[in-house]
Every structure is written in C-alpha cells, then in structure tokens.
Design a protein around this ligand. Structure first.
Ligand code: FES
Length: 219
C-alpha cells in the first residue's frame, strides 16, 4: 500500500476535522492523493481508505465515478476526449484515432517523453459544440484533425492555446437567452348568472279557473 507524505497526511487530517461525517472529506482527499501519488490506482485507493477509516469500496466508487481522478500516469498535457453519444455522432472516434496516430499511443496511455496522455471520458457538457476534449483544464470544441494538430504543436512549443480554447464563461455569456413565454392568464371561475326574480302573477291572473268538473255535475 502507498504511503501519504507527511504534508499530505496533515492536510488530510485538516479536511477530516472540517466535516461531521468523515465521508464528506473523501473528494478533497482523493484530490490530495492524486497530487501526492500522481494518479489514483488500487494502491492509492487503499491508502485513502486506510487514512480515512472507511471501506475501500467507498473510495473506489467515488474515484472511478469522477473523471477528474486519473487512474494511470498522465502526461504534462492530459487530453480527455469525450466519447459520449453526441460527440461520437459528430466524429469523436475519428479525432481519437487521429490523436493516437499523431502521438503513437493508445487511450489511457502516456507518451514516452511524458508530455501527452490520452483518456476517453464521458460527456463534458459541451454536446452542442462537439466533438470536444479537455486539455488539462482547457476546453477545445468543434474538433477537427487540423485543430488537434494546432493544439499539439502549441503544447510542444510551450505556447498558450489562446483562441483554440473555448471559454466556458464566454459560452455562458454568449448563449442566446430564450425568454420563457409568459404563463397564460389564470382562468377566472365562471359564475352562474343569478336566476331572474319570479314575477308576481297579476291580480286578474290570480282568479281561479272555473272548475270544469262542477259544470259536468250541473249538466
Ligand atoms: S457528448 Fe460530448 S460533450 Fe456531451
């Protein structure tokens, strides 16, 4: 089992002291483990479970669910290519093949010079501008082979990715604001019209009709 450094252990104790339930400190401690060990493999998961006093399966469930935790050694530039349905329809497989050819590695591998690594990930929430990938924490969308080449060149040259990066903040600001239609006016309950007052029969209408049976008797 791996051993946390003294500094990481001290920081982890700080997280554990912050929350009433120790499980609440799991995600920050996993980040800490990733920083300390470089990536989170089975041994690192056991070290986290041991440090926190929780079951290894609880650590495994969290570390394998979130794509920000890496389970293989990663390069200086970690390329996470979305392989979910929308990006796949938009050509993610072609982009992945192109990347693998250019770098000479498979997905979940790192180049020998430790500069690049590739990982397939699930949706990164840019389905409308796929295929998309993350380069460390930068987002690149509408990927083409040419765009991938430009990204790799800039990384190798140590240049900023500049306009190649899609700013998540800008995306939110530029997204068309669709006004929700106003709700229809509430229907006012129909009120029954009051019955017209019964007219009093006129005095001459009050006269009793002659009794026909009486006439028959006199005949
Ligand atoms: S499917 Fe690729 S970002 Fe959502």
């Amino acid at each position: 089992m791996k051993e946390f450094s003294a500094a990481a252990r001290q920081e982890a104790e700080g997280y554990l002291g912050k929350y009433p339930k120790k499980e609440a400190a799991l995600l920050p401690i996993l980040h800490l483990a990733q920083k300390d060990f470089g990536f989170i493999d089975d041994e690192a998961e056991l070290a986290v479970a041991d440090l926190m006093g929780i079951s290894p399966i609880s650590v495994r469930e969290a570390s394998r669910f979130y794509f920000m935790y890496h389970h293989h050694p990663i390069g200086k530039f970690h390329l996470q290519v979305c392989q979910n349905i929308t990006c796949t329809i938009m050509g993610a497989e072609t982009i992945l093949s192109h990347l693998k050819d250019k770098l000479g590695i498979e997905a979940e591998q790192r180049t020998e010079d430790e500069l690049f690594s590739i990982e397939r990930v699930e949706c990164i929430a840019c389905c409308d501008v796929g295929p998309a990938m993350l380069i460390n924490e930068d987002l690149v969308t509408n990927l083409t082979a040419e765009k991938v080449d430009a990204v790799l060149d800039k990384c190798r040259d140590g240049q900023e990715l500049g306009d190649l990066v899609t700013s998540a903040v800008r995306r939110i600001k530029e997204a068309p604001v669709t006004q929700a239609a106003p709700p229809p006016p509430a229907e006012t309950p129909k009120t029954e019209a009051p019955e017209p007052p019964q007219e009093e029969p006129k005095a001459d209408e009050k006269k009793e009709k002659p009794d026909a049976s009486a006439d028959k008797e006199t005949e």
